[in-house]
Write a protein that binds this ligand. Sequence first.
Ligand code: ARG
Length: 455
Amino acid sequence: MWKGRFQQPTSALVQRYGESVSFDWRLYAHDIRGSIAHAKGLEKIGILTTDERQSIEDGLLGIKADIDAGSFTWSIELEDVHMNIESELTKRIGPAGAKLHTARSRNDQVATDIRLYTRDAIDQISHLTRDLQRALVECATRGQDAIMPGYTHLQRGQPVYFAHHLLAYVEMLDRDASRLADTRKRLNVLPLGSGALAGSTIIIDREFVAQQLDFDSVTQNSMDAVSDRDFAAELLFDIALLGVHLSRLSEDIILWASAEFGFIALADAHTTGSSLMPQKKNPDVAELTRGKSARLIGNLTALLTLLKGLPMTYNRDMQEDKEPLFDSLDTINLALEVFAEMVSGMDVNREKTAAAASDPLLLATDLADYLVTHGVPFRQAHEVIGKLVHHCLEVGTTFHDLTVADYQQFSPAFESDVTTVLQMDVALAARQGIGAPSPKNVASRLAQWRETLSV
Ligand code: ARG
């Protein structure tokens, strides 16, 4: 492609070192789509005749069909996906093919291809994120009545519903989906027409080309356009955070699946056994997802590190953007898919969660709140209940076994109605504030999610 300037062929080792077609072939459909739009732009300004443009389009679609069918031969001598396709096009259709690269560089071409590719990828990830939300909402609905302890520091805190706990993840995933949509908006800008770095003396109607490719607008600085991978970094961040959310859910699932918790049962199909210990049923899907989230963070870090020292504009280093990007896309897609399947087969063990939630100490805060409603300042109420807890632990009794007189020894503000506070259903029903887990709130949030997600 650049033979004019050189007296020697590229060394075979350099070719092997520099080729990217072994991974960037994945851009082929988007590369071809971009080239067809570019050809239309060239036709519009008379660089290509309609016949030439048509033969380019037919040639490219023929190449696409062959690649789709797996019968296309990629060659590392042609370095990347762009040159492989262009060279094959010229082989197939002759001189018109050699005109396609007018007013275009691989620098604006690859920037366009990756934007088109990541735009589709975002749509797919968003879709799979919604599927996982649906699976969580279904699982929450199946276990809607299950009460469990909510934890801080992994110590029992206050009672919640299992559904409330799962819906926390639905909220997280919703922010993930909205972040992806946001990234999509910012990336949906066409860089094509920026050339190698300074545009071209041949003026293409870039807005026309943008329309052909469903971009919302065109980039406004040719140097920025060819060197910008912000959108890829943003997407890798979105994916990394999504991975962190899946990893946290994994951690919950791993704990819940242990005999110590026993809060959930996973389907056999989503667990694995041990080659040695016959009794084992391991939550490998969750463990692998917790593990794979490390790669997602690593890929983001790799891209940011790759970009941070680059002078303007395009530098060949940027070819290294693709493997982390593809790896994160593949990893998150599979993780979301397998997670949705696993959560669909996951059920709460309401006896176990209820047994854990029957720990009376979970209602210590409710007792403090009771005193507040009977005129005791909260700090003082906290101390009174702290002493009460200490007393129970010391003498080996529980809140339920104390008489009203016992309570009154700790504060005269206690009255005979104190025992109602100790009823779990009363305690949960009392949590009526927006976002808190009263049964009514949980049911209504569940209903909202069912509607939003068309479950
Ligand atoms: N394959 C290259 C990349 O992915 C694009 C080609 C630009 N190469 C060049 N020598 N200007 O970054």
